[in-house]
Ligand binder design. Structure first.
Ligand code: SF4
Length: 364
């Protein structure tokens, strides 16, 4: 079985990424088979429990309040609505529900309590529960763990070098701190990034250096292809080719052999043949459902048809780790401590945001 290596260099990763495709695919598929069943794919359903109005400025994201997209926002969903969606997801083969809220960071209070209740409710449905809620403190991570959270998603997005071209309202270190807070609990870490945002190959390698140097390495790594949304600063970026996605998936698999590599945003633009090559190259997880938070995704039936053609089967929940115990709210010893959000660069304004506003002919 492949040893886990935590000190990959950018040069080593680029050498893997750039080798002839057939060599890369063979190496990745070999590594994949040592630690995973190549015919099983974990299926997650991503649910946007609070959409839009986010104060952050992630250049790819239509949920950022400052961009002028035609996204329809909504307040935090109710627990019963989330439960109904989770049951539907379970019935169509998902083993995990990932709840996303467009927050900069979690604030203690009623809304967070509501999210904790959602986590308890889904965990009791014998499904893995994941949340992506922005930055969280150690105390909040502990409260989520108590509620039965299985995984927390917080992406690094790109390399540390390219990061400043994508986001200015929080630092790379803030992201690493949140991952560190999750690691202080028994909640697993899901962290990956997006390719096709105008970064260089060195940046893709740099992101993999950062992710693979985390000890332990993230249990799951989503690889997204940018879905350029009108009104965001990245609206004019051309889509990447499927070959970039295949190479990135294969390289991620080799660099992090035990991790679940998740084929995420951008799948709607991929052919079945392209996706099949990604599975061969070591992707063993997908997001299901016709929407990925706000961008299009293949229909569940289409996915199940693809699984049938490829002889793939959806993975059962809790194959990698036991189901967390749910601690009821009243029994919880941990209470919110009212930590305030920390703004890293409060005075910062970004030229390209101003440009995007001008383009949309919107005046403050
Ligand atoms: S990616 Fe998340 S944090 Fe960034 S703007 Fe979108 S919702 Fe906010």
């Amino acid at each position: 079985m492949s040893e886990i290596k935590y000190n990959w260099t950018k040069e080593e990763i680029l050498k893997i990424y750039n080798q002839p495709l057939m060599e890369l695919l063979y190496e990745a598929a070999t590594v994949h088979r040592e630690s995973h069943n190549p015919n099983q794919v974990q299926v997650s359903t991503l649910l946007s429990i609070k959409t839009g109005g986010c104060p952050e400025d992630c250049g790819y994201c239509p949920q950022a309040a400052r961009y002028h997209t035609d996204l329809e926002g909504n307040d935090l969903m109710g627990v019963q609505q989330v439960k109904a969606q989770a049951l539907r997801a379970k019935a169509s083969g998902s083993s995990r529900v990932c709840m996303g809220a467009a927050w900069r960071n979690v604030k203690d209070g009623e809304e967070f309590d509501q999210v904790l209740e959602m986590v308890r409710t889904i965990n009791k449905l014998d499904m893995e529960v994941c949340c992506t809620l922005g930055m969280i403190t150690e105390n909040q991570a502990k409260r989520l763990a108590e509620a039965g959270l299985y995984a927390y998603n917080h992406n690094l997005d790109t390399s540390e070098d390219y990061y400043k071209d994508v986001i200015s309202t929080r630092a790379y270190q803030d992201r690493l701190d949140t991952i560190g807070n999750v690691r202080k609990t028994n909640v697993t870490v899901c962290s990956g990034g997006i390719i096709g945002m105008g970064e260089k190959l060195e940046d893709r390698a740099g992101m993999l250096v950062a992710l693979s140097s985390l000890s332990p390495q993230p249990e799951s790594v989503p690889i997204n292809a940018l879905v350029a949304v009108e009104g965001t600063p990245m609206e004019d970026i051309e889509p990447i080719s499927i070959w970039d996605m295949i190479r990135m998936v294969a390289t991620t698999r080799i660099v992090m052999p035990h991790t679940q590599v998740r084929l995420s945003a951008g799948r709607a633009e991929m052919s079945r043949e392209g996706q099949a090559m990604c599975f061969f190259a070591g992707a063993n997880s997908i997001f299901a459902g016709d929407k990925l938070l706000t961008t299009p995704n293949p229909d569940v039936n289409e996915d199940m048809e693809m699984f049938k053609i490829l002889g793939l089967e959806p993975m059962k929940p809790f194959v990698k780790k036991a189901q967390p115990e749910t601690v009821e709210a009243a029994e919880s010893l941990l209470e919110g401590i009212g930590e305030k959000p920390r703004w890293t660069r409060p005075e910062h304004s970004i030229e390209r945001n101003e440009e995007a506003k001008k383009k949309a002919k919107i005046v403050d």
